[in-house]
Design a binder for this molecule. Structure first.
Ligand code: HXC
Ligand code: NAP
Length: 286
């Protein structure tokens, strides 16, 4: 589907691009011709990530120590990127924080930490980048990584993340309309579980939990980072130039669990179920 020049000459900032899914997207984008800027709070993580990214392509790779919660630093970083690369075309809001907690035990500081990283961080980056594009009459593209619980359901035990990710999705749709006139596109990806060290150390406490987690996915497996990176590539590329305000779920069907009769599959093996369905068909004929 992609050719080696799919993202040629595009300069893309991925927040939290030094690890996990951010790094996987960065490597894919680099292999398809993009120049990459990655930011995060930990310099060593960024330096290691940058080496991996650089080995995937010929484009420029730069790192920026930046806490996305700090608007002034984000604004400064966008200026630094434009100076270092000459321009900037895309932003992936990927940096996030999360932990499991009973909501009655959350401290205001715990709630604030996550909402600040996820919602304020995504706003800060989008706002600074958007203003750069508008001031310079350039087209651009913002992709935010949300979660499947950002829409419809929310989720128990990750309240700050659920609130913040919903906000990011709403920002995406609001600005997709408001900024279309400037040639700025905004989309989101809602991944189901993709094992990363960052997520698993904070959200998957033990083996039995892990088994239950996996059993909820109809596809019977977790997502592969490359699958997410391919989707992100498409949405960041000119092939998706007419797509804006969209949120694409990539979760092996996990989000569809609410389907009214879905539980039947867990009652018996499929062949046995078919026997029951056929018996009912015969009965109903009479
Ligand atoms: C309850 C906690 C907590 C925990 C921190 N806090 N960890 N509360 N349970 N496990 C509270 C602290 O008590 C403090 O509140 C406040 O949060 C800030 O804590 P700090 O340690 O100062 O925070 P900070 O250094 O800013 O670190 C942020 C962090 C940390 C989010 C807490 O985990 C982090 O750096 N995470 C980044 C990476 C990450 O989380 N990746 C996973 C993304 S996965 P008080 O009130 O005491 O001051 C994801 C996927 C979801 O989002 C979907 C999966 C399928
Ligand atoms: P991860 O490896 O923990 O990545 C998070 C990255 O964000 C890290 O590189 C981290 O680096 C950076 N970061 C955190 N706080 C930051 C801050 N304040 N400022 C700048 N950078 C910050 O997690 P992941 O699993 O790859 O998750 C990536 C994205 O996918 C997140 O948006 C997450 O919500 C989403 N997602 C993941 C899954 C999954 O199953 N893995 C599922 C659904 C959605 P530093 O700590 O060095 O700053």
């Amino acid at each position: 589907m992609f050719t080696s020049d799919t993202l040629k000459n595009k300069t893309i900032l991925i927040t939290g691009g030094g690890s996990g899914l951010g790094l996987e997207m960065a490597k894919k984008f680099a292999s398809l011709g993009a120049n990459l800027a990655i930011c995060g709070r930990t310099e060593s993580k960024l330096e290691n990530g940058a080496k991996e990214i650089a080995s995937e392509g010929d484009g420029q790779v730069e790192t920026y120590v930046c806490d996305v919660r700090d608007y002034d630093r984000v604004d400064e970083m966008i200026s630094e990127i434009v100076t270092d690369f000459g321009d900037m075309d895309g932003l992936v809001n990927n940096a996030a924080g999360n932990f499991l907690a009973a909501s009655e035990d959350l401290t205001p500081g715990g709630f604030k930490a996550i909402v600040d990283i996820v919602l304020h961080g995504s706003f800060n980056c989008t706002h600074c980048f958007g203003n750069y594009l508008i001031d310079n009459e350039r087209k651009g593209n913002v992709l935010s990584i949300v979660t499947t619980y950002a829409e419809d359901t929310g989720s128990a035990f990750v309240l700050p993340s659920a609130c913040a990710k919903s906000g990011v999705l709403t920002m995406t749709r609001s600005l997709a309309y408001e900024w279309a006139t400037y040639g700025i596109r905004l989309n989101a990806i809602a991944p189901g579980p993709f094992p990363t060290e960052g997520a698993w150390t904070r959200l998957v406490p033990d083996k039995s939990f892990e088994e239950k987690f996996l059993a909820k996915i109809p596809a019977g497996r977790y997502g592969e980072p490359d699958e997410l990176a391919n989707l992100a590539t498409f949405l960041m590329s000119d092939m998706a130039d007419y797509i804006t305000g969209e949120c694409v779920v990539i979760d092996g069907g996990e989000k569809l669990a609410a389907g009214q009769f879905n539980f039947i599959d867990q009652l018996a093996p499929r062949e046995k179920l078919k026997g029951v369905f056929n018996a009912m068909k015969e009965t109903n004929k009479q």
